[in-house]
Design a protein around this ligand. Structure first.
Ligand code: F6R
Length: 257
């Protein structure tokens, strides 16, 4: 586990973009797992810029998103499908058929989740999974108490998550109670994980994830068992870590591997 602490969230995004671009240049048919939320927005802006200005090519990439709200069509302004199109997909050259998002409107959710897992397997597994972290330690929508071996399935959203995400819904009563989410086991199968966090609101979750015991009460803590995880933070998100971590890590050292 490599923890990299940057001064600002802008620098965190730049470091993350370097890691993604490096992996993509090394493997043009990279299978990328994408997260939504506020944290990766800076990274996505930079990837769009690298595509437009430096020709970073996404034409052979396959993508799998972590999660989607149940009951929201991709046209809904708060759906993750819409988020991905708006912030990333419509700006890049990823073929439509290579993009995978859980379908929040699936009739048979269990069959859909099995299909999603199968698609990931057929793609050869996820090479690089991008993750944010909830203030309660969730990854994707694996809330505290989620099985650490879980696969893609439907989950009830925690009260804290509903509160945190209410900002994306005009009317609180529209906020979904369930989501389809990759499981913790699905995420851990990714060959590399890039976990990002910014801000003091994430500091306690980060402390529990990086330095606490591995427990389902903080699903993110499972990444301690992953063989290749990069945790890129800004100073505020790292403010409760007791260990000392590089603040000026030279990406190239890491990215040679
Ligand atoms: C989103 C996701 C969530 C978020 C987490 C942090 O696809 O899987 O786990 O990464 O809730 O959200 P932000 O970045 O908005 O603080």
């Amino acid at each position: 586990m490599l923890v990299i602490v940057k001064e600002t969230s802008r620098q965190m995004s730049a470091e993350a973009a370097e890691i993604v671009a490096n992996r993509l240049r090394k493997k043009p048919n990279l299978v990328i797992g994408f997260a939504t939320g506020s944290t990766p927005l800076g990274l996505y802006k930079l990837l769009v810029r690298m595509h437009k200005e430096d020709g970073l090519d996404f034409s052979k990439v396959t993508t799998f998103n972590l999660d989607e709200y149940v009951g929201l069509p991709p046209s809904h302004e708060a759906s993750y499908g819409r988020y991905m199109r708006q912030h990333l997909f419509r700006h890049l050259n990823i073929p439509e058929q290579s993009i995978h998002l859980p379908d929040g409107m699936a009739d048979d959710v269990d069959a859909h989740c099995e299909w999603y897992e199968e698609e990931i397997r057929k793609a050869g597994g996820i090479d690089l999974q991008i993750l944010g972290i909830g203030a309660n330690g969730h990854i994707a929508f694996n809330e505290p108490g989620s099985s650490l071996g879980s696969r893609t399935r439907i989950k009830t959203l925690a009260g804290t998550t509903l509160r945190d995400n209410a900002r994306f819904f005009k009317r609180r009563q529209d906020l979904p109670k369930y989501a389809i989410t990759m499981g913790v086991g699905t995420i851990m199968d990714a060959k590399e994980i890039l976990l990002l966090a910014t801000g003091r609101g994430k500091a306690e979750a980060l402390r529990a994830a990086v330095e606490g015991p591995i427990t389902a009460q903080c699903p993110a803590s499972i990444v301690q068992l992953h063989r290749k995880v990069f945790i890129v933070l800004d100073k505020d998100a790292a403010s409760k870590l007791a260990g000392s971590y590089p603040d000026s890590w030279h990406s190239s050292l890491l990215l040679e591997r």
